[in-house]
Design a protein around this ligand. Structure first.
Ligand code: F3S
Length: 413
């Protein structure tokens, strides 16, 4: 791999031990994937901010880096942590667990990481531009940055993302290379598919696409309109059920103004037709549990936007969450603050729902609650929470989830 003079000096230790270690890791990664050189990045986003992911090894590594004077070289934001820093006691998080997460937060602060604690950094403090190279992890953020914004990042692993942040570089391979961003699998939607599904259409379609695509690049033809939040939900589901890091939605995402552009002039390697039958079958798979009593409801995965907060408040106005149900809405501190000023939080809390800020059901230890059945409108939650929270899962529309929280019963759709 070609290295610049500066990169050689970094490897010789001229800029300190943290940079030397970080660049050697990235060079090894690049060599494994056939990278020709390193690229400078404009920002990093790190998942090892979560104690659940970083563990004791993370505390040890970050402590050593801090002792050696490590500072991030580019704008770097943190993914959700494993606690709600303000309310961890309300969520029954064990005190020693919370202390470990707080320790990680202190160490990242000292390295200069912006404490966003969100999986949607692209909405506020870390907003990439089209064509920029990034060093991001967090599958839902990576797929959004690549697909909706047209920035370029591979799905970095925990710690590799920190290495990228420390030297402001990543090896040039995979999605940093324009020819590797061309579509591979074509999903053709039946023209009549738009009717009859509510807002859970996009996460379900994402789930279906992820399952059928694996780690290839899907192209979706036939979506006429999609909002920011729908694209966010679609990508998060596709990145969970598959390893999708980039999708093209023809006429909607920036590198797919036409079908030809999405495939870069090549023919699709595979074509998949998606009709009502396929969608219904996917939604059935996404629910591992039957309808009936529900004890926890999770919305806001990926972290809820201000538009979603408005919707939750409207659905909860004048209502009361069932006493046997926990309705938790996941978001970040910025949206929380805006929603508070706009009166949405007051409505939400008066109804008995809770905000879960800077974390989510999937990242927190929830064993103390003994939950048995979760209802969610998120494809990513549907994929992970049966394992992470240990519950049955019923996937439903946002409206049906809020209704389930009020009645204490969820219907399997
Ligand atoms: Fe974000 Fe947690 Fe979902 S990190 S994407 S809210 S699983």
């Amino acid at each position: 791999m070609h290295l610049t003079d500066e990169e050689r000096r970094i490897l010789d230790g001229a800029f300190g031990e943290p940079q030397r270690i970080a660049l050697s890791v990235l060079v090894k990664l690049g060599e494994a994937y056939g990278a020709d050189r390193m690229l400078e990045i404009t920002s990093a986003h790190v998942v090892g901010s979560s104690y659940q992911i970083a563990g004791e090894a993370g505390i040890e590594i970050y402590s050593q880096l801090v002792q050696q004077g490590a500072r991030v070289k580019v704008r770097t934001t943190s993914d959700p942590g494993s606690i709600d820093f303000a309310r961890w006691r309300e969520f029954k998080t064990p005190a020693d667990y919370a202390e470990r997460q707080i320790k990680i937060a202190e160490l990242l602060d000292r390295m200069g990481v912006i404490p966003t604690w969100t999986c949607t950094p692209y909405t506020t403090f870390n907003v990439p531009r089209f064509g920029e190279d990034l060093g991001w992890s967090e599958s839902s953020a990576v797929v959004f940055a690549n697909s909706v914004i047209g920035a370029r990042t591979n799905r970095l692993a925990a710690y590799v993302d920190v290495c990228a942040a420390l030297v402001g570089r990543v090896p040039r391979f995979g999605l940093h290379v324009p020819e590797c961003r061309r579509g591979e699998v074509l999903f053709e939607l039946d023209p009549d598919l738009s009717g009859g599904f509510e807002d859970h259409f996009f996460p379900a379609l994402g789930y279906l696409v992820g399952q059928a695509t694996g780690d290839r690049i899907p192209v979706i033809l036939g979506v006429k309109h999609a909002t920011f939040d729908q694209l966010k939900a679609f990508g998060a589901a596709a990145a969970a059920s598959g390893s999708v890091a980039l999708y093209h939605m023809v006429g909607i995402t920036p590198e797919a103004r036409t079908l030809e552009e999405a495939f870069g002039g090549r023919a699709p390697a595979e074509r998949v037709s998606v009709g009502r039958r396929e969608m219904v079958r996917t939604m059935e798979q996404m629910s591992t549990g039957q309808g009936g009593p529900v004890d926890v409801v999770g919305v806001g995965c990926p972290h809820a936007s201000i538009d979603q907060m408005r919707r939750y408040a409207a659905l909860l106005r004048g209502k009361r969450v069932h006493p046997g149900v926990q309705l938790w809405i996941c978001t970040n501190t910025v949206v929380e603050e805006m929603a508070r000023r706009m009166g949405y939080i007051e409505t939400i809390e008066q109804a008995g729902a809770k905000l879960m800020v800077g974390t989510c059901h999937n990242d927190c230890p929830l064993g103390a609650w003994g939950f048995r059945r979760l209802a969610t409108d998120s494809g990513k939650f549907a994929y992970y929470t049966p394992t992470t929270v240990g519950t049955e899962c019923v996937f439903a529309s946002t409206e049906a989830c809020i209704q389930a929280a009020i009645t204490g019963q969820v219907e399997r759709e």
